[in-house]
Design a protein around this ligand. Sequence first.
Ligand code: ATP
Ligand code: MG
Length: 258
Amino acid sequence: MSGSSIQFKNVSARYPDADRNAVSDINLDVRAGEFITLVGPSGCGKTTLLRTVNRLTPLTGGSILLDGTDIATLDAIQVRRSIGYAIQATGLFPHMTVAQNIAVVPSLLEWPRAEIDARVNEMLELVRLDPDRYRNRRPRELSGGEAQRVGVARALAARPRALLMDEPFGALDAIVRRKLQVELIQIVRDTGSTTIFVTHDVNESLHLADRVVVLNAGHIEQIARPAEILRAPATPFVAELFAPDETIERLRSDASRS
Ligand SMILES: Nc1ncnc2c1ncn2[C@@H]1O[C@H](COP(=O)(O)OP(=O)(O)OP(=O)(O)O)[C@@H](O)[C@H]1O
Ligand SMILES: [Mg+2]
């Protein structure tokens, strides 16, 4: 299976009553199977832009093509079922078990029961939650990090051609986060899903991406491969955002001298 291409053409979005666009004139061609990270400070429009793709944010200008078809002409529900989505606040259904949450889209797509069961276990193992212990829990019986992992499992369960992930690892400690980053790269390589991954962690954005998109106040500052971002930041904003952490650098050089 291969991923979808996603093209943003002069995309703008403005919330009702806002005095300016949340995102403005975004042009971006995401190739089939590509892994894009969207990085930038809080409020710069990352979530807004991500949600334009599954039509949760309406456009006020421009268009988005999914495999060459304008999403405005597609059925919004069909679009959402075909795209995996993991959100910042996990969005698990509180009345459903972990297994039922992960099975939501496969069930809607009417996969055979046995296949759904097997897939739920496979996904739980992938995000390092023991199926026997976790399948029948409710979201309120999970830690923040465990809930996020279930959210990721749910987004991936139906092998979507496109995957939208909004800071899915935000609540995880550095070690689990690192492991899941490595796993995620492997999973999307296997499934071929085109992925747009939002983070405000610059290291995470560099580690995961084929190309990094740097957003600032609703516009794109730079689109480039990770090495290019570091070697040739396009603007002072990008240079500043990706500047080495001075405290760590200073401590490291102090440590090497002592
Ligand atoms: N539902 C809404 N109604 C009105 N304004 C909104 C709404 N959601 C977001 N905004 C505004 O749109 C801008 C972009 O918000 P967005 O949530 O896309 O930022 P973000 O980059 O995802 O930030 P964070 O890193 O904090 O999640 C902000 O100025 C925000 O205040
Ligand atoms: Mg956000």
